[in-house]
Write a protein that binds this ligand. Structure first.
Ligand SMILES: CC(C)(COP(=O)(O)OP(=O)(O)OC[C@H]1O[C@@H](n2cnc3c(N)ncnc32)[C@H](O)[C@@H]1OP(=O)(O)O)[C@@H](O)C(=O)NCCC(=O)NCCS
Length: 242
C-alpha cells in the first residue's frame, strides 16, 4: 500500500474547529504519523523507544500501526478515535479505548496483554532483553490491577500544534462517558503531561511507577516513569421494577 506523504501540521489560527469521530482502517497511517509527532516531541523518549521505536520514518510508522492493528484484532475490544481539523481534514489527535465490560471480555483482553517483544532490537540483544523486562513490568501491573470489567485508555495524543484546544479532553471524555454508562472503572498509564488532563476527568494517581534496576541494566539507563491512574466506577441508579 502506498502511504501519502507526511503532512506538516502547523496551526496558527485561533479559530479552529475540531471534530471527534471513529477512525477507520484507512485513517491508520495518518493517525500513526500524528501519534509519532505528538510523542516524539514530548519528554518521554525512553519508554517510547520500546513501545513505538523511532525514528519516525515511514518504515517505523508502518510497523507500529500494523502491530497496533494486529493487537486490536486479537481481542476485538478496542475503539480508535480521531480528532480532525474540519477545515483541512488533517488528523490532529487520536486515542484508543478498550472496553472490557463482561467477565469473558476481560479474560480475552488480559490474555493478549502479555507481549513477546520481538519488535525492539535484535534477537537476544541487550536492548531487546531490557525492553522485554520493561514490558513485563508494565503489563504485569495491568494484569494485576485491571481485574473485572473496566475501560482502559491505551493511547492518547494530540499534535503539538493543536494542543490546548480541547482535543485531548474530547478523547478522554468519550471513554469516561462509556465507563459511566456501564458503571465500570477506567485506567490509564499516564505521562507527566497526560496526568493533569486525566485528573481533570476524574482519574486518580494510584502509583507513581518508576521502572529502574541499575544492578541488572547498568546505571546509565534512564528510569521509565509513568503514573498508574484509576477512575472510580459511577454508581448505577437501580431502576425500579415495573
Ligand atoms: C496530553 C495531551 C494528549 C493533551 O492534549 P490536548 O489536546 O492539549 O488536551 P486539552 O486541550 O484537552 O487540555 C490540555 C490543556 O488545555 C486547556 N484547554 C482546553 N481547551 C482549551 C482551549 N480551547 N483554549 C485554551 N486552553 C484549553 C485545558 O484546560 C488543559 O489545561 P491545563 O493543562 O492547564 O489544565 C497532549 O499534550 C499530548 O499529546 N502530549 C504528548 C503525548 C502524551 O504524553 N500523551 C499522553 C499519554 S498518557
Amino acid at each position: 500500500m502506498d502511504n501519502p506523504p507526511h503532512e506538516t501540521l502547523d496551526c496558527n489560527s485561533t479559530n479552529v474547529s475540531l471534530q471527534l469521530s471513529l477512525a477507520t482502517e484507512s485513517d491508520l497511517h495518518r493517525f500513526t504519523v500524528c501519534q509519532f509527532d505528538a510523542f516524539y516531541n514530548g519528554p518521554d523518549h525512553d519508554f517510547l523507544e520500546i513501545i513505538f521505536p523511532g525514528p519516525p520514518t515511514d518504515e517505523n510508522i508502518v510497523k507500529v500501526y500494523k502491530r497496533q492493528l494486529a493487537l486490536r484484532e486479537q481481542h476485538g475490544l478496542s475503539t480508535v478515535l480521531k480528532v480532525e481539523d474540519t477545515k483541512t481534514g488533517a488528523i490532529v489527535a487520536g486515542a484508543q479505548w478498550s472496553i472490557s465490560s463482561g467477565v469473558d471480555d476481560n479474560a480475552r483482553h488480559l490474555k493478549h496483554q502479555l507481549a513477546n517483544v520481538d519488535w525492539c532490537g535484535e534477537e537476544g540483544s541487550d536492548r531487546q532483553k531490557y525492553a522485554q523486562w520493561v514490558m513485563d513490568e508494565f503489563l504485569g501491573r495491568r494484569i494485576e490491577r485491571m481485574q473485572g470489567p473496566h475501560a482502559s485508555l491505551d493511547l492518547c495524543f494530540c499534535h503539538p500544534s493543536y494542543q490546548r484546544r480541547g482535543a485531548g479532553t474530547q478523547l478522554v471524555r468519550w471513554g469516561c462517558r462509556r465507563a459511566d454508562e456501564l458503571g465500570i472503572p477506567a485506567f490509564v498509564e499516564a505521562t507527566a503531561t497526560g496526568t493533569r488532563l486525566y485528573e481533570q476527568n476524574g482519574f486518580i494517581v494510584t502509583e507513581a511507577v518508576r521502572l529502574h534496576d541499575s544492578k541488572r541494566w547498568g546505571k546509565d539507563r534512564t528510569p521509565v516513569v509513568y503514573n498508574f491512574m484509576w477512575r472510580p466506577p459511577k454508581p448505577q441508579i437501580a431502576r425500579p421494577d415495573i
